[in-house]
Write a protein that binds this ligand. Structure first.
Ligand SMILES: Cc1ncc(COP(=O)(O)O)c(C=O)c1O
Length: 436
């Protein structure tokens, strides 16, 4: 007799995650050109800069020992000060954000840890989160694990639609569920997966709605700015966070994973004061401080300006790859009816929509054709919607230009177009040409 392992409800709710399926598919289809992997470009990683910085940080033994010691739960104050100065630069604030106390800053293990801590701090099973449709699928997994109810809100090429958000909030109010709404989650710049940024006009509007519907209980707005620094065209709009003059509604999540190194895994959160204690208590239980040495590495490069130089190089390299993917899509999909895609001004992803009759999921003819015959892999778009949403579109895909070289991107898109053509040719007459 073997005793049974009794898993927690949270572990059971975590079982069917998109990220798990995707990792498995990546392993099973290792011979494919991957337009699926959301990893950063290997060649952009700052090996020399990190080596030089470490050498400098550890040169003097006594100082080095301090960095190899534990830090503090939120990250040491002098470091948080350096990160605040960096954020002031992004926010174009000449006062260094001096009015935002350092007590509201958290250095985290990537921004993912902050996303997870916020959900732990706010959600009981059945509590509600409103998300853009589509959205970052790992966050959907975090919500699912917490037993949250996730409500998709319609988005377009300017991001989450305020009218749709208002409608959703109104409907929740009418059904008596408004008190269960805890959070609105948006990726404000070059969203993973859609590549869309929320327009400057919509940013304050989304915040206004979060406030207007915060009646007895506060509805927070989590602004995930993971791709903010990977901008290839145009001027940055102000963050949603910058409109939160009372500083009580917006939680800002930043990361150095995309712009510097995910292996170092340093994230930065700025929280409304009302969340500081709860998140600090939870983080205390989890790790009582993220990797101290790593925080010093990033801080040192921010302080001496080598970080900014690095980001400029990264931007130039990704811009070239983004352009290569868009050019290849223009060329290879030109003759295929009903295929559309969004041209992102930054980030790592191109979101492509096929005719409605062409499904893209793991069990679809297209996924089989792409991975088994044409040897190219993508992320099925349906993973980026709540799993229990019956109306979720099934004819979309996320294409990443992060990891592949320009040649790999061109060949990957050529193969993908071949796969789409092959599946369309198999369809009964008249089935394939619904324009998207
Ligand atoms: C939108 C978004 N948010 C957050 C993250 C988490 O990244 P990290 O924990 O490395 O900061 C990612 C990673 O892909 C992402 O795409």
């Amino acid at each position: 007799m073997h005793p049974v392992v009794r898993y927690s409800e949270q572990a059971l709710r975590s079982a069917d995650q998109a990220i798990g399926f995707l990792m498995q598919q990546a392993v099973e289809n290792a011979d494919c050109i991957s337009l699926a992997a959301g990893l950063v470009d290997e060649h952009s990683l700052p090996v020399d800069l990190t080596r030089d910085t470490l050498q400098h940080l550890l040169q003097e033994s006594a100082a080095g020992r301090k960095l190899l010691q534990y830090g503090t739960t939120q990250g040491p104050e002098p470091l948080r000060r350096i990160f605040r100065t960096w954020l002031a630069g992004l926010e174009q604030r000449s006062d260094g954000l001096a009015d935002v106390p350092l007590s509201r800053f958290f250095l985290t293990t990537g921004s993912q840890q902050l996303l997870s801590l916020i959900v732990q701090a706010l959600f009981n099973p059945g509590d509600i989160c409103l998300v853009a449709a589509p959205t970052y699928f790992v966050f959907l997994g975090v919500l699912q694990a917490a037993g949250a109810t996730t409500i998709p809100v319609q988005s377009d090429e300017h991001g989450m639609r305020p009218e749709a958000l208002q409608q959703a909030l109104q409907a929740l109010e009418h059904s008596g569920q408004l008190p269960r709404v805890r959070l609105i989650y948006v990726v404000s710049d070059f969203e993973n997966p859609s590549g869309v940024s929320i327009s400057a006009e919509r940013r304050p509007e989304l915040l206004r709605l979060a406030r207007a519907y915060s009646r007895d209980s506060r509805i927070f707005l989590l602004e995930d700015s993971a791709y903010r620094e990977l901008r290839y065209d145009g001027d940055p709009p102000p963050s949603i966070w910058s409109f939160d003059h009372d500083q009580d509604t917006v939680i800002l999540a930043q990361t150095f994973s995309k712009s510097f190194s995910p292996g170092i895994r340093v994230g930065l959160g700025v929280l409304p004061q009302s969340l500081v204690k709860a998140v600090s208590d939870l983080k205390g239980n989890e790790d009582f401080g993220s990797a101290h040495l790593n925080q010093h590495i990033v801080a040192a490069t921010l302080k001496n300006g080598t970080y900014q130089q690095h980001v400029e190089r990264v931007r130039n390299s990704y811009r070239e790859k983004r352009d290569a993917m868009l050019r290849a899509a223009d060329r290879e999909f030109a003759g295929i009816p009903g295929v559309t895609w969004f041209r992102p001004a930054g980030g790592m992803y191109v979101w492509m929509r096929l005719p409605e009759t062409i499904e893209t999921g793991f069990h679809s003819a297209l996924f089989r054709q792409a991975t088994q015959t044409d040897k190219v892999m993508y992320v099925p778009g349906e993973l980026c919607y709540p799993q229990d949403w019956p109306q979720r579109p099934r004819n979309e895909m996320r294409l990443s230009f992060g990891v592949q070289s320009v040649t790999g991107i061109e060949e990957g898109i050529r193969r993908l177009a071949n796969a789409v053509r092959a599946v369309m040719a198999e369809q009964p007459a008249g089935g394939g040409a619904i324009s998207a």
